[in-house]
Ligand binder design. Sequence first.
Ligand code: 4AD
Length: 447
Amino acid sequence: LITYTASVLVFGGKITVNKTTISQVHKYVDQEVKIGAWIANKRSSGKIAFLQLRDGTGFIQGVIVKEDVAEELFQTAKSITQESSVYVSGVVQKDERSPLGYELLVKGIEVLHQSVDYPITPKEHGTEFLMDNRHLWLRSRRQHAVMKIRNEIIRATYEFFNEQGFAKVDPPILTGSAPEGTTELFATKYFDEDAFLSQSGQLYMEASAMALGKVFSFGPTFRAEKSKTRRHLIEFWMIEPEMAFVEFEENLEVQEQYVSYIVQSVLKNCTIELKTLGRDTSKLENIKAPFPRISYDDAIKFLNEKGFDDIKWGDDFGAPHETAIAEHYDKPVFITKYPTSLKPFYMQPDAEREDVVLCADLIAPEGYGEIIGGSERIHNYDLLKQRIEEHKLPLESYQWYLDLRKYGSVPHSGFGLGLERTVAWISGVEHVRESIPFPRLLNRLYP
Ligand code: 4AD
């Protein structure tokens, strides 16, 4: 029987202490609290034991001094194993040295489940081993911090777009058409028809923008890319805003405002996590709109001047090229107006130059690569139809998409931000596999 009365807990009829979580201990300085937790780590000598406790909301150190407690409690603390689950009670004390700012002077431990031979010990482990144990690795302090930052970016995304008057719309995952080219599709059967897992919700978001004006989506996307790099996942999450009556330059302004907003939100609300990860926050503080812009033409010239002779006009950038451009700035940089031949069928040509389109990729600083791809979309029926044919896409699958240009077509623009690359950049983790709970990689479908 568990009954809550105000903040005091009655446990089995016996009044005990305030039941709380690690993130809330600041409310109980010098008071006794009770917390459900796991033993993340333990150190002990003959006279004192230190328990690293975690409860999902954070980490706190529990201290047990032998001469101050009953012998039985000290022995429990000494013998408890890593990842055992406990109810621990103790007095909250200020501690300037700990990242949280508090520690717990432990008065009681109730072991709920004794864990045996937890595979991830405090020693160094190889990446493959950690990935095989991803379901447990998530509990580590570092992975916990990355997941909290991911969560904050998602929270700030909803906040930003809600404040800006966007409606959240959910495009389908099972689709009949392919926005980003046909080579990286996951095909599946849809009863008797062929279907694909969504590569991007964009086409559906365009239809939704014609109904609701300003819309955004947040959902999983699938790309059967045979790339094994630190930036590529097979399944990743994308935020895709789409806006009616918004043209190329206005689209860039929304992007720089949005990216600034999420970076500043993480700085404000994830101080402990950024500290845990050792993130150099001075590299994030100046991430505020406006962001610099460089045209594709100028980017090619810049690279050639820097000594890259492996790239000429008409080629796509590789990771080293993007990194060289990004290193020239201390903020994310837009590379604008790529050659038409490099980009998907739906992008609006530049009115002054037919050979480039009104698109931009946003490149993150510090070598994290492209985090956003976006563009103004073609709104003329005949041109769009022509492009679908030039790209040898099946016209019948795009009839509904062409309809949007038949009935009150308007200039419109949108973009897609890759969540995992953004999490990796803001957290400062090297590889996107650490920025999603259960990564799907070229050779990994488990756990
Ligand atoms: O540039 P992409 O392919 O753009 C689109 O899909 C557009 N339809 C979006 C739109 O305009 N609505 O992808 C957008 C972003 C990239 O900038 C990158 O951050 C991320 O999605 N991304 C990946 N992230 C992880 N693994 C992959 N394999 C990724 N491919 C793209």
